[in-house]
Write a protein of this length. Structure first.
Length: 216
């Protein structure tokens, strides 16, 4: 039996792991980061799953790493204060597809990128009170991803189980990189403090010497 299967079927066919749930959960979470609430959010029949929470983390890591490019795409879509939905469909169709990947392919990287981008655009739409467009975007994104998962994941031996393993590794590496960056910043701060302290000691020594000389 393929590792993508559980109880005789691929795990992406489990109702609790429907793609719509991932898209809806991330969009709702991303809107909440802007201190808003997606009141029109479709209900998640099984609630927020561990896989949804993992997607939140890796999709937001993706956004943070590619924020400039993603916002440029979003600016293009949202010109004239409205969503150019046909343009969104064009971007989604090409988004994250590598040169050697089939048109219908859905790698983990492309999956995360699409959900991340959809969440960013949805948050910007919601901040402009374009609520109908948010629902439209969520529906299209979910259908686009779901179709390609069903067409290719079994053959490509992909699954949500494997996604969780890869996502956990991405999170570990991201945390290690951020901790290393913080150590470098702390080291620079202490170096500057040390330089400043040395300078103050030098100034103090000069002032002390002058005081002593003046006292003679």
């Amino acid at each position: 039996m393929s590792e993508t299967e559980e109880h005789g079927r691929p795990d992406f066919e489990e109702p609790r792991l429907e793609v719509e749930g991932f898209v809806v959960d991330y969009i709702a979470w991303r809107i909440k980061q802007g201190r808003s609430e997606w009141f029109e959010q479709p209900e998640l029949p099984f609630g927020t799953q561990p896989e949804h929470e993992m997607m939140r983390r890796v999709a937001y890591i993706f956004e943070c790493r590619h924020r400039t490019e993603l916002n440029e795409f979003a600016d293009d879509l949202l010109e004239n204060e409205n969503l150019s939905f046909s343009r969104y469909c064009e971007i989604v169709d090409e988004f994250g597809r590598t040169a050697d990947e089939m048109e219908n392919g859905m790698s983990y990287g492309r999956l995360v990128g699409l959900i991340s981008f959809g969440g960013l655009v949805a948050a910007r739409l919601y901040s402009r009170n374009l609520r109908r467009e948010v629902q439209q975007l969520a529906t299209y994104t979910a259908k686009f991803i779901d179709k390609r998962i069903r067409l290719t994941w079994v053959e490509d031996e992909r699954s949500w189980k494997n996604f969780m393993t890869i996502a956990a590794d991405i999170i570990r590496r991201d945390m290690a990189q951020r901790e290393a960056a913080e150590r470098r910043r702390s080291s620079r701060r202490w170096s500057l403090i040390g330089i400043g302290a040395a300078a103050l000691v030098g100034v103090g020594a000069i002032i002390g010497t002058r005081v002593l000389l003046g006292a003679k």
